[in-house]
Design a protein around this ligand. Structure first.
Ligand code: B12
Ligand code: SF4
Length: 449
């Protein structure tokens, strides 16, 4: 087989975007699988913060940090109609310019098929802009869209994206099937969907400059929180072999000198004896020195003395925990993943292990349907008193979640037909008990101290 497949990571269009260890992991997993099936795989990353053509002229390199996070290139663009009433910030395209994207596309005139990914539902305008340009430069090449937006807003994507195929959910099997149908070639390698270790490594070597790499030790989550879409992507919680994960880390450290790794798991710490403890012990045995970052919330309930010391000693530099609220009723109603006592215990162990207050980030969801500013404010106080750092995470309503109907009923925006209104920056479910002014006050409260 020698068909040529072009992978595209499209732009982000938003009021703000920061590269919190953000990489198109799902798309690069597909890239690895397609290469294993002898396809020729190429990649254009619209978000590439190191694209050399962007540095010609007087544009500056966006500021990047030693942990692998940092700023993207950006250009201010017109705010889309539905968001015009939100005039607090300018709307931007994050990533390379459309001209550079066009030039990149011209390097692949004999592409057989394009696979484009999508992240947040409300980032779809960046996806659509990329699709429009691909259609202009490569008019006869079929385009397949998948990822978060394609899954959560499938009907919207079918109706408005302009692609030839939209695939919802995990892409491995459907993509192989589609290629088989289109090109009439049997795949030589089909992974076992029950065994995550049967998936080939993501095609990380396609990234121009690897300043950090994302890792997942699992897919799915054993919890079912009412605001979360995890179960829509993976209905079961499946894990890899911890030793295979250490092999992957070691391989990238040796091959490309990578030190920084970010975990994209939904439930990295759950049942620590099955995953995190053996994995970190194996890393230590092999004498690998890494820096780990967990921008996605970890589970506080699992934190004890042993685990805190292991995390600290293994180079877990960025740790964030999903606590969401100190209100017991809401903790229970939304899924019961944590209670206040577990936060207090967890923070105590983390501090004893060596973490400082500002290093222990505790996510607090704000702006959930019916949630008052007073609840968020007392949750901030509770986290502070525990000795950790509160981090506000504005609620983004997600189709298909248990909270979705409540979100529709409580939002003054038409979140059902316009995914732009899922944008957390808007506080889509703000109300008379949680207004934008309340939010600004809470942000001020976080800054003082
Ligand atoms: C890691 C992560 C982050 C990271 C990195 C972002 C990223 N790369 O997505 C960070 C920490 C930055 C982040 C931030 C936020 N996130 Co987040 N994040 C995730 C998480 C946990 C994993 C994503 C991932 O890469 N998974 C692993 C890969 C392997 O899976 P995948 O991407 O789905 O890929 C598969 C399929 O989608 C498909 N596929 C993918 N691409 C393609 C392409 C084609 C052609 C095909 C056919 C198939 C296909 O095949 C792949 C392999 O099976 C998801 C939850 C989840 N379980 O997915 C939430 C999730 C995407 N985040 C979510 C939210 C709410 C947020 C925040 C708004 C939280 C907040 N309130 O602050 C912020 C937004 C920040 C911002 N504005 O910048 C929501 C989505 C919200 C939305 N409206 O779209 C999710 C779904 C979690 C949830 N709560 O339910 N997030
Ligand atoms: S919020 Fe966290 S614990 Fe709850 S279902 Fe989602 S990933 Fe799992």
């Amino acid at each position: 087989m020698s068909k040529k497949i072009l992978l595209i990571n499209p732009w982000i269009h938003d009021f703000a975007a920061y590269d919190f260890w953000l990489k198109p992991l799902g798309l690069l997993y597909l890239g690895g699988l397609l290469r294993q099936n002898n396809y020729q795989v190429y990649f254009i990353d619209c978000l590439d913060p190191y694209h050399p053509a962007m540095l010609q002229g007087n544009r500056k390199q966006p500021k990047r940090h030693s942990y692998g996070d940092g700023k993207f290139f950006r250009q201010i663009i017109t705010t889309p109609g539905p968001l015009k009433m939100f005039d607090r910030r300018s709307y931007c395209r994050y990533g390379i310019t459309p001209e550079i994207f066009r030039e990149e596309l011209k390097n692949y005139p004999d592409t057989d098929i394009v696979l484009i990914t999508s992240m947040m539902t409300y980032w779809y305008p960046g996806v659509f802009e990329a699709i429009k340009i691909i259609k202009e430069v490569l008019p006869s090449v079929p385009i397949v869209l998948g990822g978060k937006y394609a899954t959560l807003c499938y009907d919207h994507a079918i109706k408005f994206s302009g692609v030839d195929f939209v695939i919802a959910g995990a892409g491995e099997k459907p993509v192989l099937q589609l290629l088989k149908d289109l090109f009439r070639e049997e795949p030589s390698f089909v992974p076992d969907s029950e065994n995550l270790d049967s998936l080939p490594c993501p095609a990380f070597d396609l990234i121009r400059k690897i300043d950090q790499l994302p890792i997942t030790t699992s897919r799915g989550c054993p919890y079912h929180c009412s605001y979360c879409a995890s179960h829509i992507f993976n209905d079961e919680f499946r894990r890899r072999d911890p030793v295979k994960i250490v092999d992957e880390i070691e391989c990238w450290q040796i091959k490309s000198g990578v030190i920084n790794f970010s975990f994209y798991d939904d439930a990295l710490l759950v049942k620590p004896q099955e995953m995190i403890i053996p994995m970190l012990k194996e890393l230590k045995r092999r004498n690998l020195s890494c820096q780990f970052h967990c921008p996605n919330g970890l589970h506080l309930r699992e934190i004890d003395k042993e685990l805190s010391e292991l995390l600290y000693g293994s180079g877990f530099k960025t740790i964030r925990f999903g606590f969401e609220t100190a209100d017991f009723q809401r903790q229970k109603q939304t899924g019961g993943k944590v209670i206040n006592e577990e936060l207090l215990n967890g923070v105590r162990h983390l501090k004893n292990a060596g973490y400082k207050t500002e290093e222990i980030g505790i996510y607090l969801l704000c702006g959930m349907p019916g949630q008052s500013a007073a609840e968020v404010s007392s949750s901030i106080d509770f986290v502070r008193e525990s000795g950790a750092k509160p981090v506000l995470a504005e609620y983004s309503p997600i189709p298909g979640t248990k909270m979705w109907e409540e979100a529709i009923a409580s939002s003054s925006f038409d979140i059902q037909s316009e995914p732009l209104y899922h944008n957390n920056t808007l506080l889509p479910c703000r109300s008379n008990v949680f207004s934008y002014a309340d939010y600004t006050e809470l942000k001020k409260k976080l800054k003082n101290n």
